[in-house]
Design a protein. Structure first.
Length: 226
């Protein structure tokens, strides 16, 4: 997908998307890195995995410093290790007295994954429509593997993915997922071609992300980078 075609919309990036070569081509105002203790140099993961994570988190921290115009939302567990005027720490709820008793965070755990957290953030910020780009588990058929991993992904069954969450979220915001050629179970779906008039073109991960980020990500056990 040519992400520059979505630059007319405000974007909320999730997880490692700021490593993407086209990150600067979108109109990104917010970014969510959901993992607990992600920026901790000491703990949060088993010792061996933490050593690998440190290299990734340092690169991410450099992006936060070099993009002061973007507001970054991270887990409160990172407070001792990451602070800044553009860094906001969140944990389990939003203590805002203006929110009604039936607001989404009072009815379902919105911090159990980055999909929920980013949609909840869009709701809280006042958006009325959100387009999900790259949220493959919302597609039917769905694929696994991250965009920065090698290959076209693996078809997998994700029946009833986030069914309960989407049921509540749709009371607050319209949600449309952008698919390659499929549909979706619980939210609206539109294909990339229908949305943009363009055909999707397959690119390998080496075309999408700089080598320094690939090398860092390849050190994490379980990522199939090369």
């Amino acid at each position: 997908m040519d992400l520059a075609l979505f630059s007319d919309k405000t974007s909320i990036a999730v997880n490692y998307f700021p490593f993407h070569k086209e990150f600067s081509a979108i109109n990104c105002s917010y970014s969510v890195i959901h993992a607990t203790y992600f920026f901790s140099p000491f703990f949060g993961y088993p010792a061996k995995k933490k050593r690998h994570m440190n290299g990734i988190s340092k690169l991410y921290k450099n992006l936060i410093v070099s993009n002061p115009q973007i507001n970054y939302f991270v887990s409160l567990s990172n407070y001792p290790f990451l602070r800044g005027s553009n860094v906001f720490h969140v944990f389990r709820n939003i203590p805002d007295p203006r929110l009604s008793a039936d607001f989404i965070v009072n009815r379902i755990n919105c911090f159990s994954g980055v999909c929920r957290a980013s949609i909840m953030l869009a709701i809280y910020l006042g958006f009325d429509h959100i387009y999900l780009v790259g949220f493959d588990y919302t597609h039917v058929p769905s694929r696994s593997l991250h965009w920065f991993e090698k290959g076209q992904g693996v078809f997998c069954g994700k029946e009833n993915y986030e069914k309960d969450f989407f049921k509540i979220a749709k009371e607050f915001i319209d949600i449309t997922t952008i698919t390659l050629d499929g549909t979706s179970q619980f939210i609206n779906a539109v294909t990339y071609k229908e949305q943009t008039g363009r055909e999707p073109i397959y690119l390998e991960n080496t075309d999408l992300i700089d080598d320094k980020y690939l090398k860092a990500l390849s050190s994490w056990p379980g990522f199939a980078i090369y």
